[in-house]
Design a protein around this ligand. Structure first.
Ligand code: HEM
Length: 163
């Protein structure tokens, strides 16, 4: 299954993602946290999915594991943009993609969650680089995220059929 084949992602689109990421990178931890605080504001029940939030007395905004997940979302979306331009598809290592599929299936991540994170990601970037933000930049990050999520969802389907 591969719903991410043959996407035309231009050099300009890639450049928009890479340029804004270069400017956000130094604050990646803080921005990642902001991203997930937005997610939990919109969808408070999403907190329950994260085992390390459930089993911890540390306040959400101080949880290092949440920071790590949030940064991963950012970094992988940026990498997805680079790959889309080079290969026309998302090429996360097969084994990582498989694991991503089964983890997100196991923890009950649904379409709505991916939507909320998409919205919060756009808001976070818009607030982080207001001087660069444009409809084109939003579309470029949006495509990179959507294609990555499509690849994860394909693997979630594979994992659900295997169990
Ligand atoms: C582009 C989108 C996303 C990426 C790249 C991503 C990436 C990851 C990675 C790398 C892990 C670590 C485990 C593994 O490697 O399988 C993970 C775990 C997890 N992700 Fe995501 N994720 C994404 C979206 C989401 C969304 C939308 C949610 C729900 C709001 C979510 C919830 C979780 C949960 C609950 C875990 C397990 C955490 C635990 O150990 O308790 N993820 N994700």
């Amino acid at each position: 299954m591969d719903s991410t084949k043959g996407i035309a992602f231009t050099e300009e689109e890639e450049a928009l993602v890479v340029k804004s990421w270069a400017s956000m990178k130094k604050n990646a931890g803080e921005l990642g946290l902001k991203l997930f605080l937005k997610v939990f504001e919109i969808a408070p029940t999403a907190k329950k999915m994260f085992s390390f939030l459930r089993d911890s007395d540390v306040p959400v905004e101080k949880n290092p594991k949440l920071k790590t997940h949030a940064m991963t979302v950012f970094i992988m979306t940026c990498e997805s943009a680079v790959q889309l331009r080079k290969a026309g598809k998302v090429t996360v290592r097969e084994s990582s993609l498989k694991r991503l599929g089964s983890t997100h299936l196991t923890y009950g991540v649904a379409d709505e969650h991916f939507e909320v994170v998409r919205y919060a990601l756009m808001e976070t970037i818009r607030e982080a680089v207001p001087e660069m933000w444009s409809p084109e930049m939003k579309a470029a990050w949006g495509t990179a995220y959507d294609q990555l999520v499509a690849a994860i969802k394909d693997q979630m389907k594979v994992a659900s059929q295997a169990s």
